[in-house]
Design a protein around this ligand. Structure first.
Ligand SMILES: [Zn+2]
Length: 200
């Protein structure tokens, strides 16, 4: 039942995928979207999934995963990169709010990843962002789809490398780290990486 909060990392992963399947089947139930739910959450939140996603307007997370208020702790930034701010946000969701699942979600046709692959001139502060993605791309011959997937894996590794708290939470089995890619043409979410302790 989507209205029952998942508690283990695997339950949370399965609930997230179940929500995506409802969306794909055009049978969303739109859980937890009423004013009553919003009012109940005013006292505090206990989201069961944390997602580092891209800022792209084509990947709204609550719609893709058929979720509502208080379900997903959403961190979105172009290219779904693990910067100090996004890592800190995820640490907060895991250590303070107790989410059992952390997902890094890339998407097909990601403009940030494409710009990193193209390696051309970009304005303002964009080059600093693209540097964090370029480190993930194995070679100039990489296709955009390969680069999107490589970037997801790279950012998961960056979360573990940058945060001893997240590393410990993963080792303890308190969280599972999942890398996934959503196809922006179909809405289908495909898991490409999973990091968890054996008992997690
Ligand atoms: Zn993107």
């Amino acid at each position: 039942m989507p209205t029952t909060r998942p508690t283990t990392p695997r339950e949370a992963r399965d609930s997230l995928l179940a929500g995506n399947r409802r969306f794909l089947a055009d049978e969303p139930i739109g859980p937890n979207r009423g004013l009553d739910r919003m009012a109940a959450l005013a006292r505090g939140q206990e989201p069961w999934a944390t997602i580092l996603g891209c800022a792209d307007s084509r990947v709204p997370l609550e719609i893709l995963f058929d979720a509502g208020f208080g379900d997903i702790f959403v961190v979105r930034v172009a290219g779904n990169v693990a910067s100090s701010e996004t890592v800190a946000s995820i640490e907060y969701s895991v250590e303070v709010l107790g989410t059992p699942l952390v997902v890094v979600l890339g998407h097909t046709g990601c403009g940030a990843v494409q710009a990193a692959v193209d390696n051309g001139r970009t304005p303002g502060r964009i080059p600093a962002l693209l540097r964090q993605i370029r480190a993930a791309i194995p070679s100039a011959e990489t296709t955009i789809d390969q680069a999107v997937e490589a970037n997801v894996r790279h950012q998961i590794q960056a979360l573990l490398d940058d945060s001893s708290d997240l590393r410990d939470a993963c080792d303890d089995g308190r969280i599972m780290l999942v890398g996934a890619v959503v196809d922006t043409a179909t809405g289908e979410v495909r898991i490409v990486d999973e990091r968890s302790s054996s008992e997690g």
